[in-house]
Ligand binder design. Sequence first.
Ligand code: NAD
Length: 262
Amino acid sequence: MGRLSGKVAVITGGVSGIGRATVERFEAEGAKVVVGDIDDAAGAALANSYPGTVAFQHCDVMVEAQIEALMAFAVERFGALDILFNNAGAGGSYNTLAEMTGEAWDYSQNLLLRSVALGMRYALPHMKARGGGAIVNTASIAGTQAGAGPIAYSVAKAGVIHLTRVAAAEVARDGIRVNAICPGLILTNIFTPASMTTPDMASAIKAGMAQTAPDSQPIAKPGLPEDIANAALFFASEESAFVTGVHMLVDGGMFVGPRHSW
Ligand code: NAD
């Protein structure tokens, strides 16, 4: 407890899944947390559950002005910005190269990669004013190997990994660290028909995750949002003070084990 005492964090996509678990973890460790998300009703309810320590601000990470406003809101509401968890995302179009359209490509790059670059860009002035900070970006195992996700999604996530390195080098002398997490299969709402173009595939993945995990990864169970929140806490806290520019796989060993079969 208290590993983030006195810190102010912004978490995008903080209403559900990995983001929500991280909001709760950071709050429990003493941080003030601003949640940016497009789900206004659930966001307001989440903030109401933590009066005085969690605040919600509508933010569509596809919209540059809303990202800039989110960072400013954190400073206005809690007086500073120390930690940014660039986490918002959705599955996008689950299609192959042969099926892909330019529109599907642009959607994934904008939602998953451009958003992370702009999040960092608009957090920087506030972190520099504070004398340092920690940025954590959600990438994916799909950004590290072929066959673990749809093409536009996978390439955007690979971009997040390299963007993390480039940004880390740029801002290290400002006392700001930048790291990425690559989740494997984590049980969240991302595996719902609404976030995929093929509902059958969505339900098959969700229903089959528990059964397929033994074949797809050495640790034979799906991951939980809390598993990623723990990694985010490490990167956000002083325990990782000498770590920057890296990506950590939190995937039950999927990267080193046999591939899943969807
Ligand atoms: P989730 O659907 O439970 O949560 C995603 C959150 O992002 C939701 O609260 C949603 O409202 C929000 N969001 C979606 N589009 C947004 C936008 N344009 N602007 C702001 N907020 C938006 O999913 P999750 O699994 O917790 O996903 C979180 C991150 O983890 C994503 O970046 C995802 O790509 C990544 N990821 C997830 C898995 C997994 O297995 N669940 C694996 C690898 C990577």
